[in-house]
Structures are given as C-alpha cells and as structure tokens.
Write a protein that binds this ligand. Structure first.
Ligand SMILES: [Zn+2]
Length: 434
C-alpha cells in the first residue's frame, strides 16, 4: 500500500513537472500607439500556435493561443485611445487562451512572431491598422485636387531613429537611444521652425516603430529637401566617444551588397527592424535604405557642415564624413545624412545625452550645418502642380482655339479637365496642361 502511494505520488510529481515544462505563458503584454496603427506585443515563454481574426458588430479582434496561460495583467487603454476600447482574456476548452480586443473602429490586423533579441525574449506581435470608411476616402480625394501652395521654405525631414519595440542602443544607466534621439529631434524641429525659410517634418513623433522604407516614404510625401536621421552610437569599448556623420556612397558597389540589402531590408521591415542581432547591421540597413534616395554630393556637403558644427560642441569620433560603401539602387532624390550624436555606451556621453541643455546644443549644431548648406542652394520656386496654368473662358472662345493658342493637343486639354465634349461656358476656368 505504502509502495503504491509512493508510486502514485511520484507519478503525480512527474506529471506536474512535465506540464510545467511544456506550459506556454504570456509573461507580459504591452502596446505602442503610432499615428497609423497600434502594436500589441505579447511576451511569450516560447513560440506559440495562434490564430487571429476580426469580427464585426461590434468591431473586435480575437486572438486564440493554444495551450497558453495568461500570467500577467491586461494593459489599460486611455478612454481617448483611437483604436482600442478594452482588452479581455479568458480560458477556452480549459487549456487555450482567448484574448479579445474591443475596437472603436474597423481594423486590418497583421501578426507575426519575433525571436529573442538583447532586450526581449519570444514575442507575438499584432498590428492593428484602422481602416478608412468610404466617406472619408472621398474627402481625401477632394483635398488632393486643391491647388498646391508656392514653395518658399526648405523642408527638413527629421527622423528620430528606432522607437517602440525597437529601443536602439542602451547606456549603463539604462538610457535608451530611442528616447534621447526623439528629444533631440523635437528640439531640432522647434529650431528649424523658427527659421523664416525652413520647415520641419518630424518622421516619428512618439514612442512607436516605423519601418525603414516607410520613413523615407513619409519624408518624400512631405516633399522633404533634406532627410536627417538622428541616432546614438554604442560600442563594446566604453572609451569610444564622439559624434559621427554618415552618408551613402555608391563607390565600391557590388551586386552582392545589393542582394544583402534586399534580404536584410525585407527582414527588418517584417520584424519591425529588431531582428538583426548586430548593431552594425541595423545601422548599415538604415544607410542602405537612405542610399536608395540619396544625392551623394549634396548629402556629403550637408554632412560635412553638420560634422564641423558638432566638432564645435564636443568630441568627434571620426574626423571625416563616413561613407558606407553599398550600392545605390535607385535614382537619387532626397539628400540624406545619418548622425550618430554621441556614444550612449560611454558613461560621460550618456550622462550628457540625458540633459536637455546638451540635447539643445546638439540640435543647434545640426541646424547650423543645415543652414550653411541651404544658404548655398537655390529654393525651387514652383512645385510640379503649379506649373499647370489655368484659363478663363471668354465669349467667342472654342476649345480647339484655346488648345492651339497654348500649343497643346485638344485631347490632352479635354483629358486634364475631364471633358467628354468640346462644350465650354463663358466664365468657366479650365486647366492648361504644361
Ligand atoms: Zn541607432
């Protein structure tokens, strides 16, 4: 009898141990709110099997994780959060976890698993993209056709590196690159907007991740004349210090580099730029992304002006503008530079990066360099849309006569004004193709 009890006891223990070893857990849960999406991140004890689906009326997202327990608390969403109103969780079939996200809008969900990196273990990421309703789409079209204003300012896209799930480099005191570079970027934007001939566009405005390609896309949409990416360096040797400025070079290009670019970029975008374990790889991929659009000479000019001014406020890590020798894949359009403001891994520099006064100093130095660069450039006087002239119909006008007078074809004139016939009215304003 005693023996039997012992065996049973042993079996019980063995069984419990096996369950504990195989039990998958959600260990913590956080979210990041970006202007165009909300990212939910589940820290899981090991890779999980899961299903995500969206339901209507009321709008909600359901996440089923098989054989997973919930060992944390649900995050609190502010009542003013634009996408999520509430999250809840419960057990299904006595063994599976179901998480329900109550939504304020229709969303499209994207989800993927992330492997452990220096900061986190296994993760399940769910991105919620609010979908536009039909009526608001129409409003966007109307906005598009409004005439563009005359360009009288240089537009500077200021890109604070990393963000959200991607913290960037970390200092000894726990200072995070994503935090200090955003602070510098915001100070730089304020300074830029104080200039009569400059306007800032902040690529990242809060603590969320933006894909590398998306950053360039955003800058292009903002009609940026210059792209400035702000980072802070890290190195194993704590003595490394000073700032560096990088531009792209198409010298030493090779097709192997091009292939590497394609692979690593796709990977970086898929995982939110956090899968690459090597910091240098991250930097290289940012640079490679910039290279798609870089005007090498313009970039080099502005880079050396910025470096000169950074030299005035502290140490410079490398006296020359650094060039990354990767292939430029596409025709250039926006001159781009990447600034490593200081080494966050250096105790003194980390302490300085945390202070508002030093952040402002760095921003001022960057601004000074940009101003010198822009003072040597001619501001484009017109935008593309503006080159399109208009004409007001007078008595006796015919469409073909107007076309002839402006040396354009009748068909292109009709096409640009969406006209089906040659009928015109006195006082009607039509557009003339350039
Ligand atoms: Zn960085």
């Amino acid at each position: 009898m005693m023996f039997l009890i012992r065996v049973l006891f042993f079996l019980l223990i063995a069984n419990t141990a096996a369950t504990a070893a195989s039990a998958k857990k959600v260990e913590s849960l956080r979210f990041w709110t970006a202007p165009d999406h909300t990212r939910l991140v589940f820290d899981v004890s090991s890779p999980v099997d899961y299903k995500v689906f969206v339901l209507d009326n009321p709008s909600r997202l359901v996440l089923d994780l098989s054989g997973v327990t919930f060992n944390t608390s649900l995050p609190d969403f502010s009542p003013s959060h634009k996408v999520v109103s509430l999250m809840r969780q419960g057990l299904r079939n006595k063994k599976d976890l179901r998480v329900v996200v109550d939504l304020k809008t229709i969303v499209q969900a994207k989800s993927f698993l992330l492997k452990p990196n220096a900061d986190y273990g296994h993760r399940l990421v769910v991105d919620l993209y609010p979908q536009q309703k039909k009526s608001s789409k129409q409003a966007t079209v109307i906005k598009k056709s409004s005439p563009s204003v005359k360009k009288n300012k240089w537009i500077v896209a200021i890109d604070a590196g990393h963000g959200g799930e991607d913290p960037g480099a970390k200092g000894h005191k726990g200072t995070r690159e994503k935090v200090v570079v955003l602070a510098i970027a915001k100070k730089l934007a304020t300074l830029v907007n104080q200039q009569p001939n400059m306007k800032a566009y902040l690529v990242r405005t809060g603590d969320y991740y933006i894909g590398l390609r998306k950053r360039m896309e955003k800058a292009r949409k903002a009609h940026a004349d210059l792209f400035v990416s702000i980072h802070a360096d890290a190195f194993k040797d704590q003595r490394a210090r000073g700032s560096s400025v990088y531009v792209l070079s198409n010298r030493g290009a090779s097709s192997e580099a091009a292939r590497w670019l394609a692979n690593s970029e796709n990977a970086a975008d898929l995982v939110g730029g956090v899968s690459l374990d090597d910091k240098d790889n991250v930097l290289a991929s940012v640079l490679l992304d910039l290279s798609q659009n870089a005007t090498e000479d313009a970039s080099a000019t502005v880079a050396s002006e910025v470096l000169k001014n950074l030299n005035g406020i502290g140490h410079v890590h490398k006296k020359q503008v650094q060039r990354a020798g990767f292939m430029v894949l596409k025709s250039p359009d926006i001159p781009s530079i990447l600034i490593e403001t200081a080494f966050i891994s250096n105790r003194q520099e980390e302490a300085r990066l945390r202070t508002s006064s030093h952040q402002r100093k760095v921003a001022k130095a960057i601004l000074k360099g940009m101003k010198t660069y822009f003072s040597k450039q001619r501001l484009p006087s017109t935008t593309v849309a503006e080159t399109r002239a208009t004409y007001k119909i007078k008595r006796g006008d015919t469409l073909s006569a107007i076309a002839q007078k402006h040396r354009v074809s009748l068909s292109s004139l009709k096409k640009i004004n969406s006209m089906k016939s040659n009928q015109i009215k006195i006082g009607q304003v039509i557009q003339i193709p350039s």
